[in-house]
Structures are given as C-alpha cells and as structure tokens.
Design a protein around this ligand. Structure first.
Ligand code: PHB
Length: 387
C-alpha cells in the first residue's frame, strides 16, 4: 500500500492537507466538505423520473447505491417548464419535485454521500411538443438567436425535427435568471449539498457562450465578455442563494454535440474561467472531449484552461483509472468525473481500491425504463468478485 492509499480516509475523518501526489482514492476538501475520494459521479441523463418530473423511490435507490463517490452530481434537472428537453427528466421547479428530490438527498446523505443538483435549461434543444401545452402549437423553444440546431428532438411521441427557436428579447433575460434563482432555492430546500450550473453540451447557457449559436448584437452577444454575461449573472444569482463554495459550473469547450461550435475555444473558455474566478466557486467541471469522438476542431489547450481557473478543477470525458490517477498525480486535475463506469458500478471506488474488474455498461438501458440497467448492476460482493 502506498502512502497515498493510506490517506483514503473514511468520511468521518477530516481530509488531510492536499498531498503532493494524490490519486483517485485520496480525500479532497471541496468548499465546506471533506470528500472521501476524488471520484465524481458525472451527471447522467437517465429519463426515469415519475409523472410530472418527480423523482421516485427508484431514483433515490439508484443514487444511494452510488453514495461512495466523493461527490455525486445529479442528472440534469430542468429549472422551469420552458427548460425541458426530453421525456421523463426530473424538474426542480414544483413543490412535488422538491419533495421527490428530498428522498434522494436523504438516501444519499444517510450513506455519508455528498450530492449536488445540476441546474438545466435546454434552450433550443426543446420542441413545442415538450413545452407547456405539449402539442404542435406549444410554445417555441427559446435561445440566444433564432438558429435551428441540426437533428431531432426526443419527444414523448418519438423523434421530431428541431424547430427554429425564438430569440430571447433583452427584457426576458432577467426572467431566465429568476428561473435559475428559484431552482437554486428549491435545491436548497430539497437538502442538496450544492448545485452545479449546467453551462455545457449545447444547452441554453452554452448556446450563449459559443459564437456558433449566439449571433446577438446586444449586451449578451458579440465579444466573449458579452456572450459570458448570462452565465456570470446566473452564477452570481445562484451563489447568492448557496454561497459560492457550494456552487460549481460545468462547461464543454469543444463538444460539438447539439450542433455546437466556437471559432476560438481557447479565447472563449479562457475568458469564462478567468471571469468565474471572481466568485470563489466550489469547482469548474470541464467536459474535455467531443461526444462525437472526433478530434475537436478547432482544438483547445486544456492545460491553459486548467491554469486559468484558480479553484478546484474536475476533469470529465473518457477517463479510466490509469488516466485519472495520472491526471491527479501530475496536477492536471483535482477531481475526476466518471459517467458510464459509475452507471454500471455502484461501488466504483471500492472496485478501484481492490483492483477488481468492472461491470460493463449496457447502452440499451441508458435512457428510460425501470430498475433494469439502473439499480440492478451488482456491487462487488454480490457479483462474487470480492477478494
Ligand atoms: C442527453 O440527454 O443526451 C444529455 C443531457 C445532458 C447533457 C448531455 C446529454 O449534458
């Protein structure tokens, strides 16, 4: 056992001072919290909320099974009826949803886990059928500019071509910020440990950040100082509710998913990282790859981005144990997020600790359904793989 492994303290033990060469199983101090390890369960859309976007006992069981993650970031949760983009995703704008989430937070915290809620508005990645009213005459999705993404929306009645969204007028922006503020308050009453502002993967805040989707000529478009304005105002509002040290922000500089592009990701996201420094956030969470698995074009310099942000940095995107340990030991990141590996291995930290084999994820059960492929992935002992 290496010196770092012995620092893998139980959660009741205060985190050691940050060691020089941490690995995935080393404790970490995140804002007011002592995380048991540096493994973050990445936000994963699973489309298994109950009617009305209300989290169920099944959802609480799923998250509780994964409470040994240093930190869980929940699946994205819409902050308003306007912010919905998919069937059966959980909301955080109605009292019933808050009550549903409370079951989740209580179940995770009963197992000494830490859980942040991801705050989500999909912007143009919605469809009139998903908007209030739920018909073809439903409202148009909103976006920074009236630019239709390529591809199809997932509705309750199957795939439908994306529509051209309605560009938000200047006077509507405070209302968008209000949606985030109200959802942040709801997350606080649901008992979360913090919140993550979703500014990644082609959803509303990312649509403002990147110049492929933002062609505005007012204070929220044009130069990056303007394109970043909405994210900064949202972050400020949410941080006022929570305290900045319990708020993270997620970005994805080169993810082309949802028809996204930017002419200069280094400049855009370097600015974003530096601008976020003013808050003293819990972390910056970076999706480092392109979901399409193409080599991102234009590329960006991840080390420059890492250096630009002064707080904790969570790296996400195709990490395995080896790459995760290496990134931590070399200072490339402070925490590592795992998506599919956590989905399929409720006891992922313990498996890493024991150098045990991993359950493979089943992509046919990622989105929608019940407990199969959700709460039935075995933990180590049940799998008979224990040493
Ligand atoms: C998805 O449902 O495909 C999805 C949701 C949120 C993300 C990325 C993908 O950030």
């Amino acid at each position: 056992m290496s010196a770092t492994t012995t620092m893998t303290a139980p959660k009741s033990t205060p985190a050691d001072p940050q060691p020089r060469h941490p690995d995935l199983l080393t404790a970490f101090r995140l804002g007011p919290y002592s995380l048991a390890n540096r493994m973050v369960m990445a936000p994963l859309t699973r489309n298994r909320a109950g009617p009305g976007g209300v989290p169920q006992a099944l959802n609480a069981a799923y998250y509780a099974q994964r409470a040994s993650a240093g930190l869980i970031v929940t699946e994205a949760s819409q902050i308003s009826p306007q912010g919905v983009g998919y069937p059966n995703t959980p909301g955080v704008h109605e009292p019933e949803q808050v009550a549903g989430w409370r079951r989740v937070t209580e179940a995770v915290q009963a197992r000494d886990g830490r859980i942040f809620l991801q705050l989500w508005h999909v912007g143009r990645i919605s469809h009139p059928m998903l908007q209030p009213g739920g018909s073809l005459d439903g409202a148009l999705p909103v976006a920074p500019s009236a630019i239709r993404p390529e591809g199809q929306a997932v509705t309750h009645e199957g795939l439908r071509d994306f529509v051209t969204p309605r560009a938000l007028v200047l006077g509507e922006i405070p209302g968008i910020i209000d949606q985030y503020r109200a959802a942040a308050r709801n997350a606080l009453s649901a008992g979360f440990d913090g919140v993550e502002v979703h500014a990644a993967n082609g959803y509303l805040l990312d649509q403002f950040l990147r110049d492929g989707s933002n062609r505005r000529d007012d204070a929220y478009g044009g130069p990056i100082a303007n394109r970043a304005r909405l994210l900064l105002e949202v972050t400020e509002a949410v941080a006022k509710v929570w305290g900045a040290d319990r708020v993270g922000v997620r970005i994805s500089p080169v993810n082309s998913f949802n028809s996204m592009s930017d002419s200069d990701p280094d400049a855009t996201f370097g600015h974003v990282a530096r601008a976020l420094n003013r808050f003293g956030l819990a972390y910056l969470h970076v999706v480092e790859r392109d979901f399409s698995d193409r080599k991102p074009e234009p590329s960006y310099d991840r080390r420059r981005l890492r250096a630009a942000f002064e707080g904790p940095y969570i790296a996400s995107g195709g990490y395995d144990r080896l790459r995760g340990d290496w990134a931590l030991a070399s200072g490339g990141a402070d925490l590592i997020a795992f998506g599919k590996a956590f989905l399929a291995n409720p006891d992922l930290p313990e498996r890493f600790r024991r150098h045990a084999p991993l359950n493979p994820p089943d992509p046919t059960t990622f989105y929608g359904g019940g407990g199969r492929g959700y709460t039935d992935y075995p933990a180590l002992d049940a799998a008979g793989a224990a040493a």
